[in-house]
Design a protein around this ligand. Structure first.
Ligand code: UDP
Ligand code: UDP
Length: 459
């Protein structure tokens, strides 16, 4: 199948993103990049998406790129009560995974014949056997950090197969990487009966069967992890790990501009957002509100108190208490709902970012040289926060993890420190320069994409 295109025709690549903005966004950015480089591109989608944000992004993407084919993958009926999870995103991963038998007819129906599939890591173990039967190259796009990829590849080695449990000490080593405390591991991964852990384990085991792993990072952001992965230190037999980041935000993602920012002095604003699917407890949200006032800084704050935007209906007044928004209006803009993060991070008024450290947010902060105060909550966020700290992109108050209430006083002090730290400002400027070099001529992203093209050329 892979050989059926002629030598002169550009390769036809199909991309299969998974559920959630953190997965969809980098996939669509990659699809846009490949299309601009004259690959023929098909993006495979499923319906319904979990969030409004996903369906909205897909429709602006396909309007902006009429040359990219949209192909719908039909999902087989799936009974969520058969698995141990209530998370709507993980349930969607599973519904797609269980529909894998439908992938083969879909891929063989594509015209011209497809040369390769790029699969989200969350779907890898169910899709790799299908593409292998079709003799179709299958690359994974890993949507988190290289450090997280190292953990994902190594995770199967932590399973005690006799007891089917995870054996992990308070501090543990992944070969080639510095020590990792157990507290940084996504808590769900400590319980192998959980759906997320089952998927994570199966996907981790199958990475070695893929033709390569594309990853949204760049060498100078994560030198240690990329080296360890590619030198075979983490586990033996990994395919090439190809850094193609930072995947740069595109015009199709644009939302309405925040005029408020235009009236703020250069570098004076801290942006506070915890991404598309991380909600905080209401009591912690209020302490954060106190902290922002105490910091004395100007701020744009996106308040989120439910995981899925479709359920995000509560008024700001109820969440923050009566009067808060009005009281802070001279210094702060408090919002709910979707904000064009690219617009905020690229604005000259913004120089700081209090973030949960979703990997796309880290990558976008690196791209704009906006210094971060990492406040990871769960999942891959602690491991990503360590990358933020080590790379010079920001600071991380590690004692804030674990779910204990962090008081407004302390939050305010740290935000002030973030905004006043001249050393950090210089370091983040350097990270930004390196990010720009990575996507420039001869940079690691260009080299990575050339490698992908070479992998797909008929032999
Ligand atoms: N995002 C945005 N506006 C919002 C919330 C999120 O533009 O109000 C974007 C953000 O720029 C990033 C993605 O959504 O590209 C979220 O991905 P990330 O990996 O940072 O976090 P997740 O939402 O997956 O936890
Ligand atoms: N992940 C993985 N294998 C899986 C599921 C997830 O390696 O089977 C990684 C993936 O890169 C993701 C991270 O774990 O970035 C956390 O997953 P989740 O979807 O919860 O987070 P999100 O990407 O939405 O922040």
């Amino acid at each position: 199948m892979a050989d059926s295109g002629s030598n002169t025709q550009s390769p036809h690549i199909a991309l299969f993103p998974s559920s959630g903005m953190g997965h969809l966004t980098p996939f669509l950015r990659l699809a846009a990049t490949l299309s601009k480089q004259n690959f023929q591109v098909t993006v495979i989608t499923f319906h319904p998406t979990v969030s409004f944000a996903e369906s909205k992004l897909l429709s602006s993407f396909f309007s902006a790129f009429p040359q990219i084919t949209s192909k719908e993958f039909h999902l087989l009926p799936f009974d969520p009560s058969t698995v141990n999870s209530k998370d709507p995103f993980f349930l969607k991963f599973e519904a797609i995974r269980c529909s894998a038998p439908l992938l083969s007819p879909l891929l063989t129906s594509l015209s011209p014949p497809v040369s390769a599939l790029i699969t989200d890591i969350t779907l890898a173990s169910s899709f790799l056997p299908i593409t292998s039967n079709l003799h179709l190259p299958n690359h994974i796009l890993f949507t988190s950090s290289a450090k997280m990829l190292a953990f994902c590849s190594y995770y199967p080695s932590l399973v005690d197969t006799n007891t089917n449990s995870i054996k992990i000490s308070e501090q543990f080593e992944i070969p080639g990487l510095s020590t990792i405390p157990k507290a940084w591991i996504p808590p769900l991964l400590l319980d192998l009966t959980n759906l997320f852990a089952t998927q994570f384990l199966e996907n981790g085991r199958k990475i070695i069967e893929s033709n390569g792993v594309l990853i949204n990072t760049f060498n100078s952001l994560e030198p240690e992890s990329l080296k360890a992965l590619n030198e075979g230190k983490v586990i033996k037999g990994l395919p090439p790990i190809i850094p193609i980041g930072p995947l740069v935000p595109c015009d199709f993602e644009k939302g309405s501009p925040l005029k408020w920012l235009d009236d703020q002095p250069e570098g004076s604003v801290v942006y506070v957002s915890f991404g598309s699917r991380t909600a905080m407890s209401r009591v912690q949200i209020r302490e954060l509100g106190v902290g922002l006032v105490k910091s004395g800084c100007r701020f744009v704050w996106v308040v989120k108190d439910s995981k899925v935007d479709k359920e995000d209906e509560e008024d700001l007044e109820v969440i923050l208490g009566k009067g808060y928004v009005e009281e802070v209006k001279n210094k702060g803009l408090v919002m709910k709902g979707w904000v064009d993060q690219e617009e905020v991070l690229s604005h000259q008024a913004v120089s700081g970012f209090v973030s949960h450290c979703g990997w796309n947010s880290v990558s976008e902060a690196a791209w704009h040289g906006v210094r971060m105060l990492a406040w990871p909550q769960h999942g891959d966020q602690m491991i990503n926060a360590d990358v933020v700290r080590k790379s010079g992109l920001g600071m991380w108050v590690e004692s804030w993890i674990g779910g204990n209430l962090v008081k407004g006083e302390e939050i305010g002090e740290k935000i002030k420190e973030l905004m006043e730290d001249e050393g950090l400002r210089l370091k983040t400027t350097h990270v930004r320069e390196e990010a720009r070099k990575a996507v420039g001529i001869g940079g690691s992203s260009e080299v990575g994409l050339l490698k992908l093209r070479k992998n797909l050329e008929p032999i």
